[in-house]
Design a protein around this ligand. Structure first.
Ligand SMILES: [Zn+2]
Ligand SMILES: [Zn+2]
Length: 137
């Protein structure tokens, strides 16, 4: 199974990669629209999308398998990532118990950026519980 590409619309144009300022491609995975950068392999999820994804461990694993291909992706440069929706700086969030797992989150809109490989690492590390805590309100 491969992810289904989704056309971006005028109302909701393509988001640009927080690391590269290039438009990301949108895919439909497990009923959720996911934006992926073809250059670095990073993944952008709008507020609520990551929560929906991790609500099901199987959906999260499927998404990681289909979208999160670190092979061939180039290393992201060191520039501080900014939110493609509102330009706010993204804040690195780390699980204190699993320091190799992190994501960059926007505290303005609640969107989350994952570098290539991070979604896979998270699914392998039982990340869903962490994210449920992280986004618990
Ligand atoms: Zn990128
Ligand atoms: Zn934002």
């Amino acid at each position: 199974m491969s992810p289904k590409p989704v056309e971006t619309s005028r109302e909701d144009p393509a988001v640009t990669c927080p690391r590269h300022d290039r438009p990301m491609r949108r895919f439909m995975v497990a009923g959720i629209e996911v934006d992926r950068c073809g250059i670095c392999g990073g993944i952008w999820l709008d507020a609520g999308e990551l929560e929906s994804l991790v609500a099901s461990d199987r959906d999260a694993r499927d998404a990681a398998r289909m979208l999160d291909r670190a092979d061939g992706a180039i290393e992201p440069d060191d520039r501080d990532p900014v939110c493609p929706r509102d330009g706010a700086p993204l804040i690195a969030k780390r699980d204190p118990r699993k320091p190799n797992v992190e994501c960059d989150a926007c505290e303005t809109c609640g969107g989350v950026f994952l570098d290539a490989g991070e979604l896979s690492r998270m699914t392998e590390n039982g990340f869903a519980d962490w994210f449920r805590r992280l986004f618990a309100r």
